[in-house]
Write a protein that binds this ligand. Structure first.
Ligand code: FES
Length: 623
């Protein structure tokens, strides 16, 4: 007999109250998703985060599971919160979806407005050409011809080079304006025929589809001028915050695959509408779209099942560059616009790594340089014009604040800067009241606690040694039952309404994440035989990479011990690489060549990986 589940406060419509009829034994999370209620499941429903927590309002509150205790902590458990992914329904209940930590005004790194200019001169040849053409219309009945043939004759192209989407507008366009029609071509194909002279109107989009955030940039193709950028969270996050959870959600389930595909295409169409509204550009004048993303994001955008990418030997379904008509996604730009997906390398090393290599000019560098794109699915590229190596370093969402007791993304109210001396001092984004701590804040905090001796090189919170610490600092180090914690903010400090703590488990989560990135860098240095002294420069790319303090990143060993002067932020290099390929077909061809040159290093398959990873999880010891 079906069970009634009442859900109060759907994240998208907090005022709503929905009652669903659910087969007994179904988890509240699954029932909510099936009922169209977007409860976020960062860890993909494995009981390893707190995103899916709900508060029981009516009906029997089930006894807490171990995961409830570990993730939520004693206070929330006592208040009737449970992880909805761990709660199986047996009788009618009413639950309130925990309002997501009101993460407002996310910090998502668009590209740097001067990004392209910093790359110096790039020959602008987007491949999109527009010309005003006079087409002789069919006149005589005995003249066996058609509008299309007349157009092809005027252009010197074949009928098969004219996209299907052009034909609908053709008869009107040919007859509306005696001045002629403007014909848009790309790679020998006719993408559009418009009445009159619209030749100056040609635009394109560069899209970086990240596991957590998506950035869309609008460019004018003739001048390369950047006309606007939109960024937002990847709506697929609801179904899993990291790649493996997202693949698990889609795995061998066409319905779930369709959900993930529809979500990302839907978001891109929202971005198109928004960037056009803001810039005043008509979507029908967007003729080229370049998309980058890691292998899984690439496959989901194309509606390709990524299941096998998540299983050894982690082979993608395809790797080569792909160009398809926008109407096939469907993307609401010019129907025949070309969507160009950059090539993949192997495993999880996707087109975003190729774009980073292109934008950072590692491929033409004389000296050995390293680029680290720190994100949920981190990528590391090491090399020069002689050889290039790359690996995927899945840091997971901990550096985005997920799986951290009071973690949050870089949004208003997030603690993003911390100093530790005789006490802990915090800064919040927007100087707003402290709501939680984000990745860059976590890195600062750990670096400060290491220097102060609150945490040792293995990551253990030194409760036993707190008496030796400065009084105010020592008072923040506590043992609560079995749990070691550091109180970062007490209620009232930095405007915090509730206390914000760092737990021992949080430290371990960050160690896992930084261990993944650091061991990725160490492995490439190992494989290439390049010691730190042989690295001319390390480039920090990506959202997180550009907000983290270089000094703190060095202190916790997230990046190798290079002199700070040889470490540089490069903004959203993946988006920059996509923009290069949008504006220059030569750069897009170069991206294809780079993808074949990059040697993929599979961390898990390398015999030395485990040792490197364990070493990288520890913090550097200071003498
Ligand atoms: S604990 Fe439920 S989704 Fe993570």
């Amino acid at each position: 007999m079906a069970v009634a589940l009442t859900i109060v406060g759907d994240p998208r419509e907090p005022a709503t109250r929905r009652t669903l009829s659910v087969p007994p034994g179904t988890s509240i999370l699954k029932a909510a998703h099936a009922g169209g209620v977007d409860i976020t499941a960062t860890c993909g429903g494995r009981g390893r985060c707190t995103a899916c927590r709900v508060k029981f309002l009516a009906g029997a509150v089930p006894p807490p599971t171990v995961m409830d205790e570990v993730q939520l902590g004693p206070d929330l458990v006592r208040e009737g919160y449970r992880l909805s992914c761990q709660c199986l329904l047996e009788e009618p209940v009413s639950v309130q979806v925990a309002p997501p930590l009101e993460e407002r005004a996310f910090q998502i790194l668009p590209d740097r407005p001067d990004g392209l200019a910093r790359l110096g001169r790039v020959a602008l040849d987007s491949g999109v050409a527009k010309q005003l053409v006079k087409v002789t219309l069919p006149r005589e009945e005995h003249h066996q011809t058609s509008d299309l043939e007349q157009l092809c004759q005027a252009l010197g192209v074949r009928p098969e080079d004219v996209g299907a989407g052009v034909l609908q507008a053709l008869p009107q366009a040919l007859r509306d304006d005696p001045a002629g029609v403007t014909v848009t071509t790309f790679g020998g194909r006719v993408l559009a025929v418009e009445r009159g002279d619209t030749s100056p109107m040609k635009f394109g989009l560069a899209v970086d589809v990240g596991t957590t955030s998506v950035v869309t940039t609008l460019l004018e193709l003739g001048s390369g001028e950047r006309l606007g950028a939109v960024s937002s969270l990847n709506p697929q996050c609801v179904y899993g915050g990291d790649l493996m959870s997202r693949i698990a959600f889609a795995q061998f389930d066409p319905g779930n695959l369709r959900k993930l595909h529809t979500r990302i295409v839907g978001l891109l169409n929202q971005h198109v509408a928004e960037v056009c509204r803001e810039s005043g550009v008509l979507a029908k004048w967007i003729y080229k779209v370049v998309v980058v993303g890691n292998t899984c994001m690439h496959h989901l955008l194309l509606g390709i099942d990524p299941s096998h990418v998540g299983l050894a030997p982690y082979a993608p379904v395809m790797r080569h560059p792909l160009v398809l008509p926008a109407r096939e996604l469907p993307l609401r730009v010019a129907p025949e616009a070309r969507v160009c997906l950059l090539p993949l390398v192997a495993g999880f090393v996707g087109a975003d790594a190729v774009a980073v290599t292109l934008a950072t000019r590692l491929w033409e560098s004389e000296a050995i340089r390293i680029a680290v794109d720190i994100g949920t699915n981190g990528e590391v590229i090491l090399g020069s014009r002689d050889r290039l190596w790359a690996c995927s370093a899945p840091a997971g969402p901990a550096l985005e604040g997920a799986q951290i007791r009071h973690g949050m993304r870089g949004a208003l109210g997030a603690i993003d800067r911390v100093t530790v001396d005789d006490d802990v001092r915090v800064h919040t984004i927007g100087e707003a009241e402290a709501l939680g701590i984000c990745g860059s804040g976590l890195i600062d905090l750990l670096a400060g606690l290491l220097d102060a001796g609150v945490i040792d090189w293995t990551g253990l919170i030194q409760v036993e040694g707190r008496a030796a610490l400065p009084p105010r600092l020592g008072a923040r180090v506590e043992l609560r039952g079995e749990e070691r914690v550091v109180v970062v903010c007490r209620p009232g400090e930095a405007g915090a309404r509730a206390e914000i703590v760092l737990t021992q488990d949080d430290v371990r989560q960050v160690q896992l994440a930084k261990g993944a990135i650091a061991s990725g860098v160490a492995m490439l240095q190992h494989v290439a035989g390049v010691p730190a002294a042989g690295v001319a420069e390390l480039l920090l790319a990506g959202g997180f990479g550009n907000y983290v303090s270089i000094a703190s990143a060095l202190r916790i060993g997230l990046i190798p011990p290079l002199p700070a002067g040889r470490i540089r932020y490069v903004g959203n290099a993946a988006s920059l690489g996509a923009q290069l390929c949008l504006l220059s077909e030569a750069e897009r061809a170069r991206a294809a060549e780079i993808a074949t040159r990059i040697e993929h290093v599979s961390l898990a398959a390398h015999p030395d990986f485990e040792r490197l990873f364990v070493d990288a999880m520890n913090f550097p010891r200071t003498t």
